[in-house]
Design a protein around this ligand. Sequence first.
Ligand code: LLP
Length: 423
Amino acid sequence: MDYFNYIDNKLWCEEVPVDEVADELGTPFYLYSHRTLTRHFRVFEEAFADIPHITCFSVKSNSNTAILRIFINEGGGADVVSGGELYRALKAGVDPEKVVYSGVGKRTDEIEYALRSGILMFNVESSQELEAINDCAGRMGKKAGISLRINPNVDPMTHPHISTGLKENKFGIDIERSLDEYRQAKKLDHVDIIGIDCHIGSQITEISPFVDALGRLKKLIYLLREEGIGIKYLDLGGGLGITYDQETPPHPQEYARAIIDASKDIECTFIFEPGRVIVGNAGILVSRVLYTKSSDDKNFVIVDAGMNDLIRPSLYDSYHHIQPVILKDRESFLADVVGPICESGDFLAKGRKIPRLNNGELVAVMSAGAYGFTMASNYNSRPKVPEVLVKDDRYYVIREREDYSDLIRGEEIPAFLYESAEL
Ligand code: LLP
């Protein structure tokens, strides 16, 4: 459930009319609803109220510090995958003891930063990384909390680019090798084995892959306990899907019930790393139609937001509902909604039946709160768009629009390039 609604044929975010924000700030921009964000987080949290757990919001899905702060205020932690994400989470005020750090390519400086910050645990993805963490902790006179990220070889039945728990994926440690890897870790002086982890993919719309993965981890936990390796935290990752179009993902309560049922007598504190399910449908991208044009067999609606602002349609052929901000009686037509970028792959929708739109009109690209702004780039030297948070009848710019000077910040033309060319 979200708080983007039409009232008198106009799209509102909570008690703010979307066209007013567009008139005041210009387009494009991301618009998030505080009430929706809070609701989604609470629904997820409360679904697990009966078991000890920490909800570590997945920073990669939306890393604006104001958004992070909302979840921190609700008692959430953070799932980070880089020094930059850790920096953001700490700046937003996260309790470091609620931070887990995943990712296959943690650099030494990032490991040191995380150790200095006192995070709860590293989700370790290879034996070499395990050694690197042990070395860093030794040098720093610390003990690193670790879990091994297990690749359980479970098919999450999602888009191949966002599936992570299959043998062929680069993530985690092969489940068959994991017992040996734990034994290896036990021998190290500067790591403290506290957890087990997996993350099998994203936009998962079935419960069974999660339950399968949990079952495999559970067996491993028992084997480890027999060997005197105690597992305190079970991190099940993120991945719960949302409705973009016709998908019918399980409600977080259903998901929680299945997990709780399957985890009787495990006696671990659970960690969850949800991203999309919390923020996906809590944000939209607002854009204005610049031009329309038609060729013999195609209609194009050219809007001022492009693949650099929202890359999901170009990258994964993802569906995002596109609707006019102002509704009126109009016929539908079949069109490609495209951006200004010089790439044929720059589209927000292809061959989509949409209400006929005219130049100057505003459109809302729905379900853009997750992996929207965080995947934006400056391609074609386009300044990044602002992010705006609505709370009740007010809005707050939580990241300002970049200007042209931001585009060349940090660039330098060496003096020799100003010297006249030798003839
Ligand atoms: N934990 C780990 C270790 C992850 O790699 C991810 C996402 C999450 C948690 C959060 O997953 P979520 O709950 O949001 O599904 N850019 C793609 C999604 C890539 C997901 C990467 N990992 C997209 O736009 O669909």
